[in-house]
Design a protein around this ligand. Structure first.
Ligand code: SF4
Length: 325
């Protein structure tokens, strides 16, 4: 029996390079080893973006297109939309009843988001409880593992605490423990050197045109000490160089030499990078272009995913009710 792996993304906007190297490339490997369930978690999107709710529907379709264009294979994995399977909310309700408020209030990610995000009011009942919905997302499919980065470890820990509490209260071994698959992902910052994010408008999107990619790369921050062509640069302090590290590691030696010996200027260095990225993204863009013309196919894929996901979800909920009532 293959292990079940659950992972998800919130449809809050266009997918960018950070999503590709931080999650999707890893999902491609996972889908060959495990029974993967990939959710487009629109209820989670609504929790944070309830005032821009009209955009979520469009984002769902775009996200599915991006995933499939990147190589997520609906024949190998279940690809579905969270709100199409109402059992997610049913299990969230059950878990809510037994999750102590203190666990949620102490959640470091919750506290950090409240501190960092000032434009939206996140002091809501729903947002406080988002780890409970996450636990429901994972355990509805009795997932054995969730791929996460080290910074997301507190999330999975809360899920584990909730299922241990469930097992303890109902004197059952219904839920097995759920592991983290710790994934090392390359560090890829946004164009301005901050975390790559839609909110900072500093991302290269998977759907960007060649012209947009060139324009964005031209605007990237470089080594601030390299002002003139004759000034030797410090590649390790340059964000452009870190992109070479991720997308063209075979070029880093050459770029390092140009930079430190002031043999080439930053504009040339950036244009070469832009062309590397354009080539890297070309197959994804081509596949995207084809999928965009056939949105009914995407809807069919999501509907097929819903059927498969709901079959498992209904069974789990029926079993849980047996345990509780
Ligand atoms: Fe960065 Fe390239 Fe300029 Fe060096 S030459 S500072 S690596 S952009």
């Amino acid at each position: 029996m293959k292990k079940i792996v659950f992972s998800a993304m919130r449809p809050t906007g266009k997918l960018h390079l950070g999503h590709l190297v931080g999650a999707l490339n890893n999902w491609l490997e996972l889908q060959n080893k495990y029974d993967c369930i990939f959710g487009i978690v629109d209820w989670h999107a609504l929790m944070g973006e309830y005032e821009q709710s009209k955009e979520i529907q469009g984002n769902i379709l775009e996200m599915a297109i991006d995933w499939i264009a990147c190589g997520i294979d609906p024949a190998k994995s279940i690809v579905f939309v969270q709100s199409h399977v109402p059992e997610h909310l049913e299990l969230q309700m059950i878990f809510s009843c037994m999750t102590p408020l203190g666990w949620l209030e102490r959640n470091p990610t919750y506290k950090e988001q409240l501190r960092e995000i000032k434009k939206r009011d996140l002091q809501t009942y729903g947002f406080l409880g988002y780890p409970v919905l996450q636990a429901a997302d994972i355990m509805l499919y009795k997932a054995n593992a969730v791929p996460i980065g080290e910074d997301q470890l507190p999330h999975i820990e809360l899920t584990r605490e909730i299922i241990r509490r469930f097992n303890h209260i109902y004197k059952t071994k219904f839920f097995d423990d759920c592991d983290a698959i710790l994934t090392e992902t390359p560090r890829l910052l946004g164009l301005d050197g901050r975390k790559m994010s839609k909110s900072y408008d500093n991302a290269i999107n998977l759907s960007d045109s060649e012209e947009t990619i060139k324009k964005k790369i031209k605007s990237m921050f470089t080594d601030p000490k390299r002002i003139r062509l004759a000034d030797p640069g410090h590649p390790k302090k340059c964000n452009v160089y870190s992109y070479y590290d991720v997308f063209a590691p075979e070029k880093t030696g050459e770029v390092h030499e140009w930079c430190t010996k002031a043999q080439k200027g930053c504009t040339d260095c950036k244009m070469l990078l832009a062309n590397i990225l354009i080539d890297y993204l070309a197959p994804i863009r081509q596949k995207r272009f084809e999928l965009e013309k056939d949105k009914d196919r995407i809807r069919d894929i999501l509907d097929d995913g819903r059927k498969k996901a709901q079959k498992i979800a209904k069974k789990t909920i029926a079993e849980i009710k047996e345990v509780i009532f």
